[in-house]
Design a protein around this ligand. Structure first.
Ligand SMILES: Nc1ncnc2c1ncn2[C@@H]1O[C@H](COP(=O)(O)OP(=O)(O)OP(=O)(O)O)[C@@H](O)[C@H]1O
Ligand SMILES: [Mg+2]
Length: 865
């Protein structure tokens, strides 16, 4: 018996593989095998003639011929063709009209008219009828997973749909785990590297059942890209943004017309009741919450509406909806969630207690991380982007085709006004400045002014879900909206496909910089475009389009162009200026090398300038988190001794092992020579100790400066600036040292656990460092002969190699002068009016008394040495 069962499975496998190859639908093949057995001819007969239970023709059901007879079918497709905009633009708020009719013809040629007719005809029938068609014309078969008649095991089913729709041979380990959780009706949190293939975890279930998968996604651009890909893979999908709803698409989605429905969180909340109906018939297989780190306030991209998605668990449980056998599983996915964020996700979404956490390595072995010092201002563009412009321009010189585009854009051409343009998408309102030929002059002008008018010298922030000028759209199997036609087919555009280098994304912190740098690159002959959230939606959509179709060489963007972008051949990600967090950095770096090929992720930043840009609107809590995140970025950049990839994955809680990636600048160049910091450390920590009022070495420095209530008593907070100033005044050998040097030392001592930040809200650099118990022990027990060796950080190294240039008053900061000037000023304060005026001011906190204590400590310490 067992042998029979096995051989029957094998032959069934064989038949299913053969028929899939022939283009038959997996659901139908398996149903047919369940009824007539694994005989190829019988199965084909069953599928084609529809003699089984699931093959009722819609026309027979409704007394109306809906089975794509030649006339009505062509009318439907004609109608769609007419609706399609000949220029390939989306209509405002809906892209339904741009769906091509290829589905019908493709399916017809396979002899599948009857079974697929509803998808060809839905445009031509009223919503009520489409709902009826949807629920009655589709085979009444149970989801395959619940119907073991076919005799296939799970992995065979998965392999079959994977091969058929995506062309992949097998699922990855973590994808299988996520699918297993779904099979078991369990909630699941998938944490896997960028580009690892998380989308497949929720796309495959849609192909294994007759139920619908609902995906919650944070941006229209993201939903749009995914729908487009699914359509190409023969899977119908639609997206529903938060803008003006298109009742037609929404109605069809809620009637179960698309296998996968992408929705933004706001819309999910609005559609609760229709979703409940959908859950009843044809059923919801899964709620997938993509980019789920957006749920968490501690994440780098908090979206308040994501937090309200707990309604999914509350509403779609079997206790709430009696027709459900199991709770509809939640599958939450992200590539960038730290431990606290993960906890927050599970809690805020009210995921079940037995939620399966699918965790894979965050490591991206083909990404080569580098950090370079730069002023990151317009004056450094020439130096920093020379190599990039050479790479692209060289290939144009060789490629012939591209030579045409080596036009610099004259600054004068930035004259026309965007105001004068129609806000709807048009070919003219988009410019890749520096583009192809004389006919493009108008486009260049418009584009330059367009970007300038949208330039703001502030951080880009979340502007809402709708980053495109369309708010919903449908994509039927095999459809290809005209506006996304390959540029190679167009006379106006040039494809980069012949180039072996893929495109580059440059991330800059502010909107203004997107424009400035894009303009600079255009003038250097590159096809570049700016992208930030304040630009017109039509422009943003077209940048996406041109980027995906290899027309653009470089996109200069803020964080608005990040999450989920899946273009396989991005070869370089450049961050020009500090990102706001390492999560954001890793998320954006993850756009590179999704084809598995070596790609560069380079961070250019000013080692000597503390990153300060923070989001405008924020609570105290968010300020604290923002400073902490910036601090992590700063330390990542200044690191000189630990593999970059190791730091990054460790940030997400992953241990990397002893070896580094062997590719990053640190692994390649090795760490710098260690330096003995003992002399400076002793002086610095003694000053700090004196500032805290610590007179004797055996007292607990951490608690002494707090009152009984636990708050710090006034005047006892140590202060970094005061300490450095004091050292420079009292120790001639340190008179020319820069505060940046002392900041470097403070970081080293903090890393060793000898000092800690005393302020309630820590800033990016230490403001109020106080010695810890370990630090005090170090001060009291250090033997003379032992040094305090450590790797200097990148800022310290820079100062060591160029000791004088950074002691200027400008580098020293507002209100501070270089050491000599300051000395003279202080001396001047002892006499005259100025002295009297200043004398009436309060002395710096804790300084006067600390000064006396300090003298005593220092002279004691000198005597001991
Ligand atoms: N089993 C597989 N075999 C081969 N390639 C796969 C497999 N699964 C997914 N891929 C490919 O991996 C690429 C990245 O997939 P996807 O966009 O789902 O990544 P992601 O994990 O969601 O990344 P991100 O976190 O950046 O959104 C896709 O182009 C997809 O085709
Ligand atoms: Mg993704």
């Amino acid at each position: 018996m067992e042998v029979d069962a096995v051989s029957s499975d094998v032959s069934a496998d064989h038949v299913i593989a053969e028929l899939l190859e022939m283009g038959f639908d997996f659901d139908k093949i398996s149903e047919a095998i369940g009824v007539v057995g694994p005989n190829r001819a019988d199965v084909v007969e069953f599928v084609l003639n529809g003699s089984g239970s699931g093959q009722r023709k819609p026309s027979q059901e409704f007394g109306r011929d809906l089975s794509v007879p030649s006339n009505s079918g062509s009318r439907a497709s004609d109608r769609r063709t007419r609706l399609a905009n000949p220029r390939g633009r989306f209509k405002q708020s809906s892209i339904t009209d741009h769906v091509s009719s290829t589905t019908c013809s493709k399916r017809e040629s396979r002899g599948e008219e009857a079974s697929t007719s509803y998808s060809c005809l839905v445009d031509s029938v009223d919503p009520g009828l489409t709902a009826a068609i949807c629920s009655k014309s589709k085979p009444e078969s149970q989801p395959l997973l619940e119907n073991p008649r076919g005799g296939f095991d799970r992995s065979n089913k998965i392999s079959a749909v994977l091969r058929k729709h995506f062309g992949f041979l097998s699922v990855k380990g973590f994808q299988k785990e996520a699918l297993d959780a779904w099979f078991a009706h369990k909630d699941c949190l998938v944490l896997a590297a960028t580009g690892s293939g998380k989308s497949l975890c929720f796309q495959i279930p849609a192909l294994l059942t007759t139920k619908i998968v609902v995906v919650i996604s944070p941006l229209i651009s993201l939903m749009h890209d995914q729908c487009l890909k699914l359509a190409k893979h023969g899977i119908s999908a639609c997206f529903l943004g938060s803008g003006q709803p298109d009742n037609r698409v929404e109605g069809k989605a809620m009637a179960g017309m698309y296998k996968i429905v992408y929705v933004c969180p706001e819309t999910v909340l609005r559609l609760m009741e229709p979703l409940k109906k959908l859950a009843e018939k044809p059923g919801i297989a899964l709620f997938a919450i993509d980019e789920v780190h957006c749920v968490s306030k501690w994440g780098h991209d908090f979206r308040p509406d994501y937090r309200r998605l707990s309604v999914l668990r509350e509403n779609f449980s079997s206790s709430n909806l009696k027709f459900l056998e199991h709770d509809i599983p939640l599958m939450a996915l992200t590539a960038t969630a730290t431990f606290p964020v993960r906890e927050d996700i599970v809690k805020s979404l009210k995921m079940s207690e037995d939620t399966l956490i699918v965790l894979t390595s965050f490591f991206r072995p083909n990404l080569r991380f580098n950090v370079k010092h730069s002023k990151t201002s317009a004056s450094s563009y020439g130096k920093d982007f020379q190599e990039l412009t050479e790479i692209y321009n060289a290939s144009k010189n060789f490629g012939g085709k591209g030579q045409k585009i080596l036009h610099a854009v004259e600054p004068d051409s930035e004259s026309s006004s965007y105001e004068s343009l129609d806000d709807s998408a048009s070919d003219d309102d988009y410019a890749i400045a520096g583009s192809t030929n004389h006919g493009d002059i108008k486009r260049r002008k418009v584009g330059m002014s367009l970007v300038n008018e949208n330039a703001e010298h502030e951080l880009d922030q979340y502007q809402g879900v709708d980053d495109f000028d369309v708010s919903c759209g449908e994509f039927l199997e095999g459809s290809r909206p005209e506006s996304f036609a390959s540029p190679a087919q167009s006379n106006e555009t040039i494809s980069l496909e012949s180039l072996d280098q893929g495109p580059t994304i440059i991330y800059v912190p502010t909107r203004k910089e997107t424009v400035e740098l894009a303009n600079y690159l255009c003038k250097s002959g590159l096809r570049a475009a700016a992208y930030n959230a304040k630009m017109p939606r039509s422009h943003l959509r077209q940048v996406h389009e041109q980027f995906h179709s290899n027309v653009l060489e470089v996109v200069v963007a803020t964080i608005a162009f990040g999450m989920g972008i899946d273009k396989s051949n991005v070869r370089r990600i450049i961050h020009y200026g500090f990102p706001q967090s390492l999560e954001a950095y890793y998320q954006e770096a993850g756009r590179a090398g999704r084809d598995g090929k070596l790609s560069d992720c380079t961070l250019y930043c000013n080692f000597l300038r503390t990153p300060t840009l923070l989001p405008n609107k924020r609570s105290d809590e968010q300020t604290k988190a923002a400073h902490r995140m910036l601090r992590d970025c700063f330390q990542y950049a200044l690191n000189t001794s630990t593999c970059r990839a190791k730091i990054l994955v460790k940030y997400f809680g992953e241990e990397f092992g002893p070896d580094g990636c062997q590719m990053c600048d640190i692994c390649i160049n090795g760490p710098p020579q260690m330096h003995d910091f003992k002399d400076e450390a002793v002086v610095f920590m003694n000053v700090l100790r004196a500032q805290t009022g610590q007179a004797t070495e055996d007292m607990d420095c951490n608690s002494m400066s707090r009152s009984k209530s636990g708050r710090r008593s006034f005047g006892a907070i140590p202060d970094f600036r005061t300490a450095v100033s004091y050292i420079r005044e009292k120790f001639p050998r340190f008179v020319t040292t820069d505060k940046i040097w002392w900041q470097g030392l403070a970081r080293i001592l903090e890393g060793m656990g000898y000092i800690q930040e005393a302020a309630e809200i820590p800033r990016v650099v230490l403001q109020h460092p106080e010695p810890t118990r370990a630090g005090l022990n170090f001060l009291s027990s250090q033997p003379d002969e032992e040094g305090l060796y450590a790797y200097p950080d990148a800022a310290t190294l820079l100062l060591m190699s160029n000791p004088k240039s950074f002691s200027s008053s400008s580098e020293w900061g507002r209100g501070w002068a270089d050491p000599e000037t300051r000395r003279q000023r202080l001396a001047g304060r002892k006499t005259g009016r100025r002295k009297r005026k200043r004398g009436s001011r309060k002395q710096p906190t804790g300084f006067t008394t600390a000064k006396e204590r300090l003298s005593a400590i220092l002279s004691k310490s000198k005597r001991r040495r």
